[in-house]
Ligand binder design. Structure first.
Ligand code: PBG
Length: 312
């Protein structure tokens, strides 16, 4: 087939408007720290990230999602630092907004970067405390929103958290903040490199997150979770991980017709990287992103975003 025909009849496309860059933050100055489990991905100090963003914004970067690596002595049982107005995420949001007012900022609402044990919520007697956790998440959501974040992305998977956060925003004059909920988040081993990136507890020590994240075997349950989150006020939804759950993305988009995003998570990033011979790396990455677009995703959170923006 001649290239022009191929281009004219292509059913999907990929542009900078489809991509969200998940970024790791670290304290300090002039830091871009390597992450062992994720080659070419770094933890940036705020100043370094501001420099890095300049070229990416020029290339059309639309939004970033922030993930902090919190200093060990700031972590505790209850994730207290998560709602400190001056924590790493709040300072990053303010600085990024003042430097790049048009860049969208997404902040994860969950306690795992802030808790000693690395769980997304508060633990008592080896059990996750749903309602106590929500009380903390509401405070976290508010400080992020007040710092200027555009989109809150609850990734904690407590029951009822979207409604609670929505109400919290309304009551505090923050009704314009968008909620992009991790509506279908599976208890996945593909998150393993991420936990290294934010220096969370290792999975063997953590046991697992199966009491609050979804069972890999299920599909109808995902539809149920998404319906609940929409009912509670989610404006957009994320399916996570991405590639092993393309069927869920497809079903979600068919059923709900709501803005739907795929999260190509850390393990997918590392897996694709190891499969790519260097000269073919762009092709294999694009192939993975096309799978999300075909399945119906409106956009993708991908650690490959900087590479894609520079090469598209
Ligand atoms: C937890 C959270 C996780 C990721 C994003 N938010 C990990 C987890 O649930 O353990 C994983 C992202 C990735 O693997 O790239 N709030």
């Amino acid at each position: 087939m001649k290239p022009f025909i191929r281009n004219l009849v292509s059913e999907t496309s990929i542009s900078c408007n489809d991509l969200i860059w998940p970024v790791f933050l670290v304290e300090g100055e002039n830091q871009n720290q390597k992450i062992k489990s994720m080659p070419f991905v770094y933890r940036y100090s705020i100043d370094k990230l501001i420099n890095e963003l300049e070229i990416l914004v020029k290339y059309g970067l639309q939004a970033i999602a922030l993930f902090p690596q919190i200093e060990k002595d700031l972590k505790d049982e209850k994730g207290t630092n998560s709602f400190d107005q001056n924590n790493l995420v709040c300072r990053a949001i303010k600085k990024i907004k003042s430097s790049y007012p048009d860049l969208g900022i997404i902040a994860d609402v969950a306690l795992d970067p802030y808790t000693i044990h690395g769980h997304d919520g508060i633990i008592k007697n080896n059990k996750i405390m749903n309602d106590e956790t929500i009380a903390v998440l509401k405070k976290q959501a508010l400080v992020y929103s007040e710092a200027g974040c555009d989109i809150l992305a609850p990734s904690d998977m407590m029951d009822g958290r979207v409604g609670a956060i929505r109400e919290q925003l309304e009551q505090n004059g923050m009704q314009d903040t968008i909620i992009m909920s991790y509506a279908a988040k599976y208890a996945s081993s593909f998150y393993t490199p991420f936990r290294d990136a934010i220096k969370a507890q290792k999975l063997d020590e953590l046991k697992d997150k199966k009491t609050y994240q979804m069972n890999t075997a299920n599909s109808d349950e995902a539809m149920h979770e998404i319906a609940l989150d929409i009912q509670e006020g989610a404006d957009m939804v994320i399916i996570k991980p991405g590639m092993p759950y393309l069927d869920i993305i497809y079903r979600a988009k068919e059923q709900f017709k709501i803005p739907t995003f795929a999260y190509q998570v850390s393990g997918e990033y590392s897996m694709i990287l190891s499969a790519a011979s260097e000269e073919r790396s762009l092709e294999i990455i694009l192939e993975s992103i096309f799978s999300f677009k075909r399945a119906g995703a409106d956009g993708v959170l991908s650690y490959y975003t900087p590479f894609l923006l520079k090469n598209l």
